[in-house]
Write a protein that binds this ligand. Structure first.
Ligand SMILES: [Zn+2]
Ligand SMILES: [Zn+2]
Length: 98
């Protein structure tokens, strides 16, 4: 397992809004809730699940680069900021409405 890049695409229950999040049907790795956009601090590098933090990560900004949306998540426990690609079914409006 060590040093291996694992692409995770799993369904999970969001710890922030409690909704069941289906895995991405297009095969991308889903690491955040598509309803409230929250994520969990589980990775040091994407997909490795090696972080000991496990804090809830909230969206702090969304930017658009070349037609792709990038969500910036900030960890509520250790304050690290990470970039994540938004998926096609992400409810980006949630971010603007809240
Ligand atoms: Zn959620
Ligand atoms: Zn953290």
């Amino acid at each position: 397992m060590e040093g291996q890049f694992t692409k995770l695409n799993e369904s999970f229950t969001c710890l922030n809004c409690g909704k069941f999040v289906e895995k991405d049907l297009n095969g991308s790795s889903r690491n955040h809730c598509n309803f409230c956009l929250c994520s969990l601090h589980l990775d040091i590098t994407p997909g490795d699940r090696l972080s000991q933090c496990h804090g809830l990560m909230f969206p702090i900004d969304i930017i658009s680069i070349g037609g792709k949306n990038i969500i910036f998540h900030k960890c509520s426990r250790c304050n690290i900021i990470k970039k994540n690609k938004a998926l096609i079914d992400d409810n980006l409006m949630y971010f603007y409405e809240n």
